[in-house]
Design a protein around this ligand. Structure first.
Ligand code: ATR
Length: 291
């Protein structure tokens, strides 16, 4: 594309950031649609966040994605924050409207859309979420808001699972429980699960062979989603696929959260397939498995 004095800039900020797939994904969509925008990545250290946000204003950076470790810390520097992002204390998307910075969170809606587009709407279903960190909170919030029948949150640090369940119970009528990770709690919860979501980092490269779930507890009538996208097929997803369960990989969540950010910035639906192809090609390039 031709970069001129009119070209707008979008960026992702985080630390580390070099391995972010967002530039590849968004630039593919921007080019496909012929928009005069480029998307870059900036490594911003914690202590530099305030200055970075000032820079967004002064350089008129049009849109921002925010990733670890800034999702909560950035809130105090923004002019407005969408009610859900405020409630979960996590912003991953910023829109710059003539110098006014407005924060949003698209992680939860991204996960929800990943489920819906894969014909696994959580409405009326029993959902088990592994993890109680930032990602799990955003996902659990949207699943609770979409009238799941029941949500069980299981986390290594049991207290965090219980706290998250309490937080959600105050806001939604859905039956929600938080439990400490153990063989017993997992096995019991899995017997009453339609949709299993791994929202922990377990299974991420280089620990590809790790999973929290013994494959004999999986059933073919389950949907199994993993937020880990590197590797694309985690051990959990391989096990689930082998018994014939429906699987949704981490690329879908990445894609749909990115698509929601794109809609906030440009008010158009981005080309999902183009974005997916760009991500897969980049992952293949990185692992040297280009086929
Ligand atoms: P994110 O914002 O991506 O959710 P996070 O807030 O650091 O990141 O949360 C990571 C999640 O993965 C947590 O639920 C964490 O469990 P703890 O709360 O007990 O730390 C979970 N996690 C990470 N490594 C894990 C492991 N080896 N076994 C089980 N859970 C793990």
């Amino acid at each position: 594309m031709k970069i001129t004095g009119h070209t707008k800039i979008c960026a992702v900020i985080g630390d580390p950031i070099e391995h972010s797939l967002s530039p590849v994904m968004h630039n593919a969509a921007l080019q496909h649609l012929g928009l005069d925008v480029i998307y870059v990545a900036f490594r911003v250290r914690g202590e530099a966040l305030e200055d970075a946000v000032k820079g967004v204003r002064s350089l008129n950076i049009y849109g921002l994605n925010v990733t670890m470790p800034h999702k909560t810390a950035i809130i105090k520097y923004l002019d407005e924050v969408d009610p859900i992002a405020k409630d979960i204390e996590s912003v991953n998307t910023v829109l710059n409207v003539n110098g006014k910075l407005i924060g949003f969170n698209t992680d939860g809606i991204g996960a929800l859309n990943a489920l819906r587009y894969n014909h696994a709407d959580p409405k009326g279903r029993r959902v088990l979420i592994l993890g109680a960190g930032g990602a799990a909170k955003a996902i659990a919030y949207q699943i609770a808001a979409s009238n799941a029948e029941k949500i069980v949150i299981i986390n290594r640090t049991g207290e965090k699972a219980k706290e998250l369940a309490k937080f959600l119970r105050k806001r939604f009528k859905v039956k929600i429980m938080g439990k400490q990770l153990s063989t017993i709690t997992l096995r019991k919860a899995l017997k009453e699960t339609d949709i299993l979501i791994n929202a922990t980092s377990v299974g991420m490269r280089p620990y590809n062979d790790q999973t929290l779930i013994d494959k004999q507890w999986l059933r073919r009538d389950m949907t199994v989603m993993d937020i880990v996208y590197d590797p694309v097929e985690t051990k959990l997803l391989i096990d689930a696929k082998n018994i014939g369960a429906k699987v949704i990989n981490g690329i879908d969540m990445l894609l749909y959260q990115g698509a929601e950010s794109f809609k906030i910035w440009f008010r158009v639906d981005p080309p999902i397939d183009v974005m997916r192809k760009a991500i897969i090609e980049e992952l293949e390039r990185r692992t040297g498995n280009a086929s």
